[in-house]
Design a protein around this ligand. Structure first.
Ligand code: FUB
Ligand code: ZN
Length: 676
C-alpha cells in the first residue's frame, strides 16, 4: 500500500458547508429531523411506533441508583429474554422493564452523533443543552465497571456477552463510540467520551487474543471502525489492536457463533452442515482475508468492510486492503443497484447472488447505502481513486436521500426501484416495500443514520494529506487547511447536482498546495479554465493541480451534465430491454403523479431527445426531464390472446429525480422503463 496516498477527512471544524443543495438537507436535519427524532426516541410522536430508547436508559439509571442505595442487599436481575414480543398492547402501562429491540440504545447514539456534527456547522445552545441532559441520562445508566448496555443492565448481566451473534452488545458499543467521539469533537465535552473509554477498557479486558480472554467478535459489525476511530481520537493503541482482533478473528474455525449457547432464544441448535450459511449472514463464514464475495446482511457487510479498510489504512496492511478491494468489486460490479442501493433480497436483508437485482422486491435499506458510503470513503482514504467517490456520490444523491421525505419527517427503510402500491399491500413477498414513507419504525435504524450522515456530509466531500486537499464531491463550502504553519483558504462554489459548473477560489500563497480534483466518472469531457498551472496531472480519476498560488486565484471547472440513457449488464435479468435516465449524478424515475398509473406500459423512444426543464417538487427546485415515449394500449379483453404487435400511443414521459419520489401521495414509481 502506498501510504503516501493515505488521506483523512478534513475536520468539520475546518469547513463551513454553504452549498444550496446540501445546506438545505443539513438544515432539514437540524430543524426537523433531529428534534423530531428526539421526540420519537422519547415516544412522543403520535401515531409512530414507540421507541422506548430513552425510557430504557432511564430504567437502567434507576436500577443503578437502587444498586447504590441498597448496596449488597440489592438483588441483581437474573437474565430473562425480553424482545419486542414483550411490548405491551397499551404503552401507557409500562413496567420498569426493557422494551423494544435489543439494539434500541444505538438509536440514541446515532442521534447524539448527528447532533455533534450539526453543532459544528450551526452552533445551537438550546440543542446542546438538551443533548447534555441526554448524555447525563446515558452516563447514569453506566455501571461501576464501565459496562453500558441497557438491555443487559435491565434484564440481567449474568448473560451478558453470551449471544454476540444476535444481541448487538458490541454493535451498541460501536455506535456509542461513534456518537461520543463526534460529540466531543464538536463540543469539547468529555463526559460521554470518558464513559465510552471506560466501557472500551472493560471490553478490551474481556475480548482479545490473550489467554483467558473471550475470542468472540461482533454479530453486527460497527465496533471495528468505531474502535479505529477511538484510537485516532485518543491515541490509545489498545483500541486499534482490539479492532484488528475483531476483524482477524472473524470467520475462523471452529465458528465462534456456533459455540455460543443462546439458551432459550434458540431452543435447538441448527444443523452442523448449515453453519456456513448461518455464518454467511454476518460475514463470519471465512476469515475476512479469504472472503471474495459480498454476502449476507448488507448493512453488517459494509460496516465490516469499512472497519477493515480503516484498520488497513491505520496499519498499512496491504493484504487487508486487497481483501477490501475484492469485496468492493463484488459489490459494485455485481450487486449494486443503479441508485447505489445494496441488498437484493429482503430475506436476511441481504445481498443476493451476483446480478440478482430485482427492482420491485429490492431491499436496498437506507442504512446499507449509508454503510456503502462509509466503505467508499475509507477506500478513498487509502487510495484516492475516483471510482470510490463516484459510488459515494451516487449513493448520496439517490439511494440515501430517497430514505427521507422532502420535509424531513418521514422515512423509507427499503428503497425499491419500482413500486406498485397494490402489490405492496397484497403481495406478501413485497410487504417490506412501502409506497409511502413511515413516521417511525419499531426498528428505527435508518432515520438517525440518515441524520448523522447528512449532517457530516462535508467530511465525505473533502479530505487532506500534508500539502494536498482532495475534492471528492463538488459542494459549495469554505475550507481551511494548514500547510507548514501557514493557513490555506479555499472557497468552492458549486451548482451540483443540477449544474456542473464549479468555481474554486484559492488563497494559498507560498504554501505549495496541491489540489486534487475528482473527475466524475459520469462526465465524458470536462473543461477547466482560470489560473491554470503548468503542473497538472491526471491520476486515477483525479486532476492534481500544483502551482505557486497567488493572493487570490480562481479555477473554473465545468462538468457537462447531459441526460444519459443507462442500460444494465445483460446478466441482470430484470432490466433487459429497459433503460433508466441519469443526469450527472442523479438517477431519475417515473411517478404516477406525472404519468398516470400502469407505468409498466410505458416505453422510451430511444431516438428522441430528452428535454431538461427547471421544475419543482413540493416547492423544491429540481431539474426535471421530459422524454418522448409511448404508452401501450390494452384493447384486448381476457387474460390471454393471440400475439400481435401492441398498439401504442405517443406520450411524453415525465421524469423526476428518484430521491424526490413519494412526496405527493401514494402512487406508482419506476426507474427502469422499456425501450423502443
Ligand atoms: O440490526 C440492527 C439494524 O437493524 C440493522 O443494521 C438493520 O439492517 C436492521 O436490521
Ligand atoms: Zn436501517
Amino acid at each position: 500500500m502506498e501510504r503516501k496516498e493515505c488521506n483523512t477527512p478534513l475536520p468539520l471544524r475546518n469547513m463551513q458547508v454553504t452549498d444550496t443543495f446540501w445546506k438545505k438537507e443539513m438544515e432539514l436535519v437540524r430543524k426537523e429531523a433531529i428534534p423530531y427524532q428526539w421526540e420519537a426516541l422519547n415516544d412522543r410522536v403520535e401515531g409512530a411506533a414507540p421507541s422506548f430508547c430513552i425510557r430504557n436508559f432511564k430504567v437502567a439509571g434507576k436500577l443503578n441508583r437502587k444498586r447504590r442505595e441498597m448496596g449488597a442487599s440489592f438483588e441483581e436481575p437474573k437474565y430473562t429474554f425480553r424482545g419486542f414480543e414483550s411490548l405491551p398492547k397499551e404503552p401507557g402501562h409500562l413496567e420498569d422493564k426493557f422494551y423494544g429491540f435489543v439494539f434500541q440504545d444505538s438509536d440514541f447514539y446515532k442521534w447524539i452523533e448527528a447532533v455533534g456534527y450539526s453543532l459544528t456547522q450551526h452552533p445551537d445552545s438550546a440543542l446542546e443543552e438538551m443533548a447534555d441532559r441526554a448524555v447525563e441520562l446515558v452516563c447514569n445508566a453506566q455501571q461501576e465497571d464501565g459496562y453500558l448496555d441497557t438491555y443487559y443492565i435491565i434484564n440481567g448481566r449474568d448473560k451478558s456477552f453470551t449471544n454476540l451473534r444476535d444481541n448487538h452488545e458490541l454493535y451498541c458499543f460501536g455506535h456509542l463510540v461513534e456518537g461520543a467521539v463526534a460529540y466531543w469533537q464538536a463540543t469539547g465535552k468529555k463526559r460521554l467520551l470518558d464513559a465510552v473509554r471506560k466501557f472500551a477498557d472493560y471490553i478490551d479486558g474481556y475480548f482479545g487474543p490473550e489467554k483467558g480472554k473471550c475470542k468472540g467478535y461482533p454479530g453486527h459489525e460497527v465496533a471495528e471502525m468505531a474502535l479505529a476511530r477511538l484510537y485516532e481520537a485518543t491515541g490509545e493503541e489498545r483500541y486499534l489492536a482490539l479492532a484488528r482482533f475483531f476483524i482477524e478473528e472473524r470467520g475462523r474455525q471452529p465458528y465462534y457463533f456456533e459455540q455460543e449457547d443462546r439458551g432459550a432464544q434458540e431452543e435447538k441448535k441448527g444443523k452442523e452442515e448449515d453453519a456456513w450459511g448461518r455464518n454467511q449472514y454476518c460475514q463470519a463464514h471465512l476469515p475476512v482475508r479469504e472472503q471474495e464475495e459480498a454476502v449476507g446482511h448488507a448493512v453488517r457487510a459494509v460496516y465490516l468492510y469499512s472497519g477493515m479498510a480503516e484498520v488497513a489504512r491505520l496499519t498499512g496492511d496491504e493484504g487487508l486492503y486487497a481483501a477490501c478491494r475484492k469485496l468492493w468489486d463484488s459489490i459494485v460490479n455485481e450487486k449494486m443497484y443503479l441508485t447505489a442501493g445494496i441488498g437484493g433480497t429482503h430475506i436476511g436483508e441481504a445481498f443476493s447472488f451476483p446480478y440478482d437485482l430485482p427492482d420491485d422486491t429490492a431491499y436496498a435499506e437506507t442504512c446499507a447505502s449509508i454503510g456503502l458510503v462509509f466503505f467508499a470513503r475509507r477506500m478513498l482514504g487509502i487510495s484516492p481513486e475516483a471510482e470510490y467517490a463516484d459510488v459515494m456520490e451516487r449513493a448520496l444523491y439517490n439511494g440515501i436521500l430517497s430514505g427521507m421525505a422532502l420535509d424531513g419527517k418521514s422515512f423509507f427503510y427499503v428503497n425499491p426501484l419500482s413500486v406498485n402500491p397494490v402489490a405492496c399491500r397484497r403481495d406478501e413477498r413485497k410487504s417490506h416495500v412501502k409506497a409511502v414513507r413511515q413516521k417511525w419504525f419499531g426498528c428505527a435504524c435508518c432515520p438517525p443514520n440518515l441524520s448523522r450522515l447528512v449532517s457530516s456530509v462535508g467530511a465525505y466531500a473533502f479530505s487532506e494529506r500534508e500539502d494536498t486537499l482532495f475534492v471528492h464531491l463538488y459542494m459549495s463550502a469554505k475550507l481551511s487547511k494548514e500547510i507548514g504553519g501557514k493557513r490555506v483558504q479555499i472557497e468552492i462554489v458549486s451548482g451540483f447536482p443540477w449544474e456542473g459548473k464549479v468555481q474554486i477560489h484559492v488563497k494559498a500563497q507560498d504554501t505549495g498546495l496541491t489540489l486534487a480534483l475528482r473527475l466524475p466518472g459520469w462526465c465524458r469531457e470536462y473543461q477547466i479554465a482560470g489560473c491554470l498551472p503548468k503542473e497538472r496531472e491526471e491520476r486515477k480519476g483525479y486532476l492534481y493541480v500544483k502551482k505557486d498560488w497567488g493572493e487570490a486565484d480562481t479555477l473554473e471547472l465545468t462538468f457537462p451534465m447531459e441526460v444519459c440513457l443507462i442500460a444494465a449488464n445483460g446478466a441482470v435479468r430484470e432490466t433487459v430491454g429497459k433503460a433508466a435516465l441519469m443526469r450527472g449524478p442523479v438517477v431519475y424515475c417515473l411517478e404516477g403523479a406525472d404519468n398516470g398509473e400502469e407505468l409498466h406500459l410505458l416505453s422510451i423512444d430511444t431516438d428522441a431527445k430528452p428535454q431538461v426543464w427547471d421544475g419543482e417538487i413540493c416547492g423544491l427546485a429540481a431539474k426535471r426531464i421530459a422524454m418522448p415515449g409511448y404508452r401501450q394500449q390494452e384493447r384486448e379483453s381476457g387474460l390471454y390472446h393471440v400475439w400481435k404487435k401492441p398498439e401504442k400511443e405517443k406520450t411524453m414521459l415525465q421524469y423526476i429525480p428518484y430521491f424526490m419520489w413519494a412526496n405527493r401521495g401514494e402512487n406508482e414509481m419506476q426507474v427502469w422503463t422499456r425501450t423502443e
